[in-house]
Design a protein around this ligand. Structure first.
Ligand code: UDP
Length: 414
């Protein structure tokens, strides 16, 4: 993908037909049927980054498929100064339950950035989808002649009340709000709140099959030996992903089993907190790092993520909050055992003991115990992984997301 002005160009060359062998004829013909009445309709997605993080990843795969089935879909990226992203990152934290107060200056900068961006972006589409809080106020700066949808990807189960009231003012201008989980449903909203689960693209670099030679090449390039069992958490260095807690868990496991931990988290341009958290993790894991038992990676490389997930004996996701948790989906799709927090969207994906293991996010001993159990019983891991992969095939592939979007378009434009 690359930027042409404010537009992200993301034709990856893949078509719906490419998904037929993975999901079967019924799914594919269902999608063509739903797209029939939408030929030539024009849809605009707006978010604030085209790299790093689950949201960009999904839009990146969705846009080419929408175009392939005849819905002309464009993707624009809101640009802003560093301070803007610091404020919106704090919005994100506050929406996920942290208490933070915002000054009038900060709110002013948030609005001005949106207003200024609206001067660069013409909207004459049939439907507009705005992702997350960063571009939420855009709706104020247009004469609205089409349905607008606010797609919120964060965990809204317990947002900071003051911030919620501020944002709600904008949200109420929308025709529809889309959330990932029933628990994020907000009371007192006049519009429809529609639940749509996220999904992964099985053909992307992140998820496609890799040859053994490709895997070996990637691991060598990034200096990840596999002479010991590997435990991996793929996550931005973000407090909600609890990388420091992962080090605590690893320390307990390492007392009993010789193994290695990889924490892989690229730095998103709209996430200014990443490096500070990285340094704290580095400090905490210093001895393990020196001994080669903990490896921290900050590169953004989808093939590397893919390779790491495929060779890991355990995939961890010890989040404290998690809107959905695409890394869990990705791990399950690789047929690997995933051990994760019973939080946000993760229990939608993991049935405890069937498609992985769930634990209380602060249960360090519980995490360590489950990891040991899987490391010591490879057949257990294989069984969980097989069931997890089928669960993803049925529920969380991009073809299902495409189908949901077509349903929404048919409802809004029909
Ligand atoms: N990701 C990545 N490289 C990294 C860390 C994360 O490509 O170093 C990807 C990860 O594979 C997943 C997405 O970023 O596709 C994270 O999505 P998730 O829903 O797990 O969390 P979010 O970052 O959206 O909170």
């Amino acid at each position: 993908a690359y930027m042409d002005g404010i537009t992200c160009i993301c034709d990856n060359g893949r078509t719906l037909e490419d998904h037929r062998p993975i999901v079967g004829d019924d799914v594919i013909s269902g999608i063509y049927r739903k797209a029939a009445a939408l030929q030539g309709k024009r849809v605009l997605h707006v978010n604030s980054t085209y790299q790093s993080g689950g949201v960009a990843e999904m839009i990146l795969s969705l846009v080419p498929l929408m175009n392939d089935v005849g819905v002309r879909t464009q993707w624009n990226i809101l640009n802003g100064e560093g301070d803007f992203f610091t404020i919106t990152k704090n919005f994100h934290n506050a929406l996920q339950g942290q208490t933070i107060s915002f000054s009038d200056d900060e709110k002013g900068l948030y609005l001005r950035t949106n207003e200024c961006f609206s001067g660069q972006m013409k909207i004459d589409h049939d439907l507009v989808v705005i992702h997350d809080p960063q571009p939420l106020p855009l709706i104020r700066f247009y004469e609205k002649t089409q349905p607008w949808v606010w797609r919120c990807h964060v965990d809204l189960s317990n947002p900071d009340t003051e911030l919620w009231e501020f944002l709600k003012d904008f949200i109420l201008d929308y025709d529809r709000m889309v959330i990932s989980h029933e628990e994020y449903h907000r009371k007192g909203m006049s519009m429809e709140q529609w639940i749509c689960r996220p999904a992964i693209d099985p053909l992307s670099e992140k998820n496609r099959d890799l040859t053994d030679a490709e895997i070996a090449g990637l691991l060598e390039k990034y200096g990840v030996p596999i002479d010991k069992p590997l435990i991996t958490q793929i996550s931005r260095f973000d407090k909600w992903k609890d990388p420091e807690g992962v080090i605590d868990v690893f320390a307990r496991v390492r007392e009993h089993v010789d193994c290695r931990l990889v924490l892989c988290g690229s730095m998103a341009p709209d996430d200014p907190e990443g490096w500070a958290i990285y340094r704290r993790v580095e400090e905490k894991a210093r001895e393990f790092i020196d001994a080669g038992d903990v490896i921290l990676i900050t590169a953004e490389d989808h093939l590397l993520v893919n390779a790491l997930q495929r060779v890991s004996c355990v995939i961890l996701q010890k989040s404290l909050r998690e809107g959905f948790g695409l890394t869990v989906t990705e791990g399950l799709w690789k047929g690997r055992p995933v051990i994760a927090s019973r939080i946000g969207g993760i229990p939608l994906q993991i049935e405890d003991g069937e498609t992985g293991f769930l634990l209380d996010p602060t249960d360090t001993d519980g995490f360590a115990w489950r990891i040991r159990q899987v490391l010591e019983n490879p057949e257990l891991g294989e069984r969980l992984g097989r069931a997890g992969k089928e669960h993803v095939r049925q529920n969380f592939l991009i073809t299902r997301l495409l189908s949901d979007y077509l349903d929404m378009l048919n409802t809004e434009l029909g």
